[in-house]
Design a binder for this molecule. Structure first.
Ligand code: GAP
Length: 515
């Protein structure tokens, strides 16, 4: 079998690959457009039966490697809405914004930092209104040095900062209704109405979290004390985050509602260099463990001018998406910034006392310090996309009838695959369904997710399970009923072997455990 289309780069083949993946996601129940019957909701997606499994499996593997396999990391599941002061202190309220610009020609609204660059003072050609048939115009690129990504016009509004957090209110009173009531029968200047609206918006305001990380900082002390954690230790969390992204792109790559897998690792000041190297290597090894093409993952160290003001080192794990290299995970050394800020604003000492160490400042026994933090912050929904791209393959080969066929196969790592095995009775009679069901029950007793599939021809069933990444198919046929054997088919090689029915579940389990 030869692999024809897999993880291609370059625009045409890349677009083509993305179109195929998006289509497979819908056809096979991985990802659907949200609210599709009403025309969909921009950049919102629903994970279908198989997408939900894939996402859960990725999160479970992350949790296993970060929490279950370590003595010094524990997990939490914090609320999405937090005290608004959290976002004031973390800097998200003042700083978590993108520069937003309107094109005065075609009315496109876009992010200035993502716009196509153009030499300041050079001439940009564009079409009036951005519509075909419009007058051909030319304009001068401003000192800002970019043009509209839609129509190429240099006629742009000033940049406005747009905060990415979704704002909402807690409680039964809608602030807008309150303002409307206050305004009844009054005629006030626009500035006054604006002031009233801004005031009202602040009452009972809360935000959907834009990252899961802050809960780990504000619960640092509760977790450390309740679990008697000793530095170095980590707090892990998987959950939803929300960002009102101006530009959503590439299917589930960048969406407004997404999931993250983040871990805050608290360490002694001065050891952060050692720990960031450790976590950088651990996280790359984790991706490599599940990937078919390891070369599609790389590490990129942040340049000094890219680092956030509180960060002293940062790496991105990047993936070679069909449109080029892009971020998959950030691994940042965040110094003691977050704990110190929250301690200062809340008045609660978010520090750690190490009885075994001498205070380096005084030389006396016992050292109280604010731990430094290393944060591996991965995108869960982005990982779903990355592993789908990594797994997608088209292979041509000669089938049993001697015909050349192309098969689509998702070579998902068995631990990530939605179904670990499919049990397929060849026909729906002669005791075959009953035998197959016995096997299914045995798998289920072991907690292994299997599919019982008796629909359509066996060839179509194999194709279906190749396309959804089921690593093993167990086929019950006439001989199974007679001699107690079945066929075990391997997804990646399409090779089939005969083995006793009584040994089948253990054989599949052994293969899964070996991964
Ligand atoms: N606490 C640090 C933090 O949130 P980030 O780089 O903004 O860092 C971490 O986010 C990861 O979350 C990213 O590497 C990416 O995988 C994922 N992510 C961020 N914004 C996203 C979005 N709008 N849609 C999907 N995934 C996103």
């Amino acid at each position: 079998m030869s692999k024809q289309a897999s993880n291609q780069t370059g625009n045409d083949s890349g677009n083509d690959l993305m179109t195929k993946i998006v289509s497979l996601c819908k056809r096979r129940g991985f990802v659907f457009q949200s609210s599709e019957i009403y025309g969909g909701l921009k950049s919102c997606y629903d994970y279908g039966p198989l997408g939900a499994e894939l996402k859960r499996n990725i999160a479970a593997e992350w949790w296993r490697s970060m929490v279950y396999e370590r003595d010094n990391i524990v997990g939490i599941d914090a609320s999405i809405m937090m005290h608004p002061q959290v976002w004031q202190t973390s800097g998200h309220l003042s700083g978590f914004s993108d520069p937003l610009v309107d094109c005065l020609n075609c009315k496109e609204r876009f992010r200035a930092d993502k716009a196509p660059r153009a030499e300041p003072g050079s001439t940009a050609n564009y079409v009036q209104g951005g519509k075909s048939g419009g007058a051909k115009l030319a304009g001068t690129v401003s000192p800002k040095g970019y043009v509209c990504p839609q129509c190429g016009a240099p006629t742009l509004s000033d940049e406005r900062q747009f905060n990415l957090m979704f704002r909402t209110t807690l409680g039964p009173v809608d602030p807008l209704t309150e303002v409307a009531r206050e305004l009844e029968g009054k005629s006030l200047p626009a500035a006054k109405i604006r002031e009233m609206l801004e005031e009202a918006a602040k009452r009972n305001v809360t935000y959907l979290r834009p990252e899961t990380a802050q809960a780990m900082f504000v619960q640092f002390l509760n977790v450390q004390q309740s679990m008697s954690m000793k530095v170095p230790f980590g707090i892990a969390q998987v959950g939803k985050s929300f960002r009102n992204e101006i530009v959503t792109e590439h299917f589930i790559f960048r969406s407004c509602e997404f999931e993250q897998m983040e871990m805050e690792f608290f360490c002694e000041p001065g050891t952060q260099k050692e720990w960031i190297n450790y976590w950088r290597d651990e996280r790359m090894a984790w991706y490599h463990r599940y990937a078919n093409d390891k070369s599609a993952f790389r590490l990129r160290a942040h340049e000094d001018d890219e680092l956030a003001h509180y960060s002293d080192e940062c790496y991105d794990v990047e993936y070679r998406y069909p449109w080029g290299w892009g971020e998959l995970e950030g691994i940042a050394s965040r110094t003691d910034y977050d704990l110190s800020r929250h301690a200062a604003e809340s008045g609660v000492k978010l520090s750690y006392f190490d009885q075994q160490k001498n205070d380096p400042a005084t030389g006396k026994p016992g050292w109280r310090y604010v731990p430094y933090v290393i944060e591996p912050a991965a995108g869960l929904t982005r990982s779903v996309l990355c592993f789908l791209i990594d797994a997608y393959a088209e292979e041509s080969g000669v089938d049993a009838e001697g015909e050349t066929k192309t098969r689509v196969v998702l070579k998902l790592h068995p631990r990530l695959a939605p179904y670990k095995a499919a049990v397929l009775p060849l026909v729906k009679k002669d005791g075959q369904p009953e035998m197959a069901m016995e096997l299914v029950k045995e798998f289920r007793r072991l907690g292994i997710n299997v599919s019982y599939d008796d629909k359509q021809s066996i060839g179509k069933r194999y194709s279906r399970h190749d396309e959804i990444g089921t690593p093993f198919c167990l086929t019950i046929d006439n001989d199974s009923v007679k001699d107690g054997t079945l066929t075990l088919r391997d997804r990646d090689t399409a090779k089939q072997v005969r083995l006793p029915v009584a040994e089948a579940v253990a054989a599949v389990k052994a293969k899964l455990d070996a991964q």
